[in-house]
Write a protein that binds this ligand. Sequence first.
Ligand SMILES: C[S@@+](CC[C@H](N)C(=O)[O-])C[C@H]1O[C@@H](n2cnc3c(N)ncnc32)[C@H](O)[C@@H]1O
Length: 225
Amino acid sequence: MAVQRRYDLINRLFTWGLDERWRRQAARECLKERPEQLLDLCCGTAGLALRLVGMSSGSTMIVGIDFSLPMLEIAREKAKHASMSERVALVHGDTAALPFPDGHFDCIGISFAFRNLTYKNPLALRYLNEVLRVLRPGGRFVLVESSQPTSRLIRKLFHLYMRWYVSRLGHLLSGNRGAYRYLAESASRFYTAEELRNLMLEVGFSKFSSRRLALGTVAIHVATK
Ligand SMILES: C[S@@+](CC[C@H](N)C(=O)[O-])C[C@H]1O[C@@H](n2cnc3c(N)ncnc32)[C@H](O)[C@@H]1O
């Protein structure tokens, strides 16, 4: 439970507090077309789901799903503490077999977990097909994720930052060397916005757009079914 308990704190430290701002921007993007049914996929400690609750009206149904029980336990504590438990359903489940009917969601958001689903993951296509299945036609998949800066110099500095600062500090604070090595490596080698666009169009999304943040180290992408 060590990583989970300190997960939010470690994120704040790595991003100098900006991760909350990026989630807020992603939540705004999710709510743009006034969805009625919204999913926070791989919700973790519910950072995005609780933002969505705070920024939407009571008629919006918000569900968060994650396969980690310890993360969900923290999510539930946070929802309770914020008096938001009534507005969000936190579900235990795997993206490989989402427990929702076809075309159920108007929008699916995912914050800082798309990399986990697709970086060297043999189940990546299965996950993306499940996302497509539970999204209604015309529905939007909003991703906020680390990205690759277009400037070679900034990319180099970003990779150094991940390998020297994030990987070591994460290990120190969580006691889990593997988790933060994986984070540093996967973020350094993850898709560029252009590669991601090709992947999403290939699997069956019809439109794709990207907005770069933080010198291109992070991006918000929107893929439409
Ligand atoms: C880096 S955390 C991101 C959590 C959260 N979305 C956030 O913004 O902080 C990745 C999360 O994805 C979850 N996850 C990874 N693979 C999953 C899968 N196949 N199905 C459901 N959850 C998954 C993990 O349990 C973890 O909580």
